[in-house]
Ligand binder design. Structure first.
Ligand code: NAD
Length: 505
């Protein structure tokens, strides 16, 4: 399906497109769709109304083995790894063009499978394409090092690709997160096997087809649908995977480290969960605008955002005024049909996610939290809708203020002074992201250095897009993982440094 240039993008347009969407769930291995070896299947479900979107083969070790072998063969053949960086850049730009042409189809796939509002899913595709192009360009400009040496010697530090990269990705931004791994890995000359989330794999499978159409040689990029166990585990434990790049929960990240340790000591890059603070100091006065952005910071994508600012920490002096503005704003949040272009908040991605979030809310209630405001659910139908929820009377050690909820839920707490603000912000085992709201930029700068966070954003909404400003790389802290993502350093993460020395004498 290519984008239609005439049809207005109404709910009816998206419903028609959904009814005629081509669905192919077979793995892409060695440059083509292949019949899976397994007969076991699982399904993805539209969380708005419970309809089955796709039935997937539950691939496992056999398919992963085939995909890794194809990736290895392509890597050793040098059909991609052996190209000049500028040639790889050209192919990646062609892929960007194809993603643009098929943007509606890809956005629809993500929206149907995990409930992301279609308008947001389209924006995500645009961001993904921009990121792909930016990394492709940057990769062709990276330089190696010539080291100081004696006149009869030449000493170099070269960056060489790892070889076969295994990528395991989550469902919350299916294509965007996959591309944040696929793009740097490919740009640096690696071959890849991607195991997308079992909740939303359609756009990643389509990505592999489009990459072939763009000119990526067969076998360089393979996509295998399957569950974490056994498909993800098979990739993590594989003896011929050189680097494992993962985005997902901390629990899975910890498991993958053990798998890497029990196999071949593959390099691991882990982007895991977060429990990010949004810190508001008392020198601000426009409460309505502030409330808008703070709510967006925790309720965007129904809170299923790794960098969601779920701990709103507010200077005592502003607390009552801001609480009132936040409550009003949260009350106007409305969840609706993801295929309606006017919808800004969709359902949670799955029944399991809905139950997890409601369970955490019940625990919060037991620990004394009070619902200060709740958003509205326009059309719950059989779906997994949950209104944005703002909690008051929470303490830093409450479960809801410590565990990642991954739903549109935030706790509101006051702080008395700057020291307490820092202590509360850092009272987490995670360290992914933080936002600071103040006009006092020297104070914000001091905080940026002392906050436990891979990225700090001052006076802007928490968003993975802000985090991945072109050229900016960030590395998480603590249970949020490690390994730089983004920018030149993020490209280098997909290489090893090699020392080469010539005796010319
Ligand atoms: P998840 O950990 O349940 O699953 C992520 C991926 O890992 C899926 O593909 C899944 O099939 C696979 N998996 C699960 N168990 C596995 C195992 N034992 N071995 C190998 N693979 C396994 O996470 P999720 O629910 O899909 O995504 C939500 C999580 O992702 C949240 O914790 C969120 O914070 C995190 N996330 C982090 C970032 C970031 O940049 N830090 C970005 C997006 C999402």
């Amino acid at each position: 399906m290519t984008n239609s240039s005439e049809a207005p993008r109404t709910l009816a347009y998206w419903q028609r497109a959904a009814a005629t969407l081509r669905i192919d769930t077979r793995p892409v291995i060695g440059g083509q769709r292949v019949e899976p070896l397994t007969t076991e299947t699982f399904q993805s479900v539209h969380p708005h109304d419970g309809r089955v979107v796709a039935t997937y083969p539950a691939c496992g070790m056999a398919e992963i083995d085939l995909a890794v072998a194809a990736a290895r063969k392509a890597f050793e053949a040098g059909c991609w790894s052996g190209l000049a960086p500028a040639e790889r850049t050209r192919v990646m730009h062609r892929l960007g063009d194809l993603l643009r042409q098929h943007g509606d189809e890809l956005a629809l796939m993500d929206s149907l499978e995990m409930g992301m509002p279609i308008a947001q899913a389209l924006g995500d595709i645009d961001e993904s394409i921009d990121g792909l192009r930016a990394l492709a360009e940057l990769a062709s400009q990276l330089t190696d090092l010539v080291l100081p040496s004696a006149p009869h010697a030449l000493a170099l530090n070269l960056r060489v690709p790892h070889g076969v990269v295994g990528a395991i990705t989550p469902w919350n931004f299916p294509l965007y997160v996959a591309l944040s791994k696929v793009a740097p890995a490919l740009a640096m000359g690696n071959s890849l096997v991607l195991k997308p989330s079992e909740l939303a794999s359609l756009s990643c499978l389509r990505l592999a087809e489009l990459a072939l159409e763009a000119g990526l040689p067969p076998g360089v990029f393979n996509v295998v649908p399957g569950r974490g166990l056994p498909a993800g585990q098979a990739l993590a434990r594989h003896m011929d995977v050189d680097c494992l790049t993962f985005t997902g929960s901390t629990a899975t990240g910890l498991q993958l480290l053990q798998d890497a340790g029990r196999s071949n000591l593959k390099v691991t890059l882990l982007e895991c969960g977060g429990k990010s603070p949004q810190l508001v100091f008392d020198d601000l006065d426009d409460m309505d605008t502030l409330a808008d952005t703070l709510v967006q910071g925790f309720a965007w994508n129904s809170g299923q955002v790794c960098v969601a600012g779920t701990r709103i920490l507010v200077a005592q002096h502003l607390f009552d005024r801001l609480a009132e503005a936040l409550a009003e704003r949260v009350g106007t949040c409305l969840t609706g049909d993801p295929l309606d272009p006017t919808t800004t908040h969709g359902p949670l991605a799955s029944r399991g996610q809905f139950e997890r979030v409601t369970h955490l809310l019940a625990q919060a209630h037991k620990q004394g939290a009070r619902v200060l405001a709740r958003g509205q659910v326009a059309s719950a139908a059989q779906g997994c809708h949950l209104g944005a929820t703002l909690l008051a009377d929470v303490a830093s050690d409450h479960i809801v203020m410590q565990d990642e909820v991954f739903g549109p839920v935030a706790g509101l707490m006051p702080f008395a002074d700057v020291d307490q603000a820092l202590a509360l912000a850092n009272a987490t085992r995670y360290g992914l992201f933080a936002t600071v709201w103040t006009r006092d930029l020297p104070l914000a700068h001091r905080f940026a250095r002392r906050l436990r966070a891979g990225s700090v954003v001052v006076n802007a909404v928490a968003s993975p897009r802000t985090a991945h400003v072109r050229g900016s790389g960030a590395e998480p802290v603590g249970l949020s993982g490690y390994g730089i993502e983004g920018g030149a350093a993020g490209l280098r993460a997909y290489t090893r440094q090699r020392s080469v020395q010539f005796n010319l004498g």
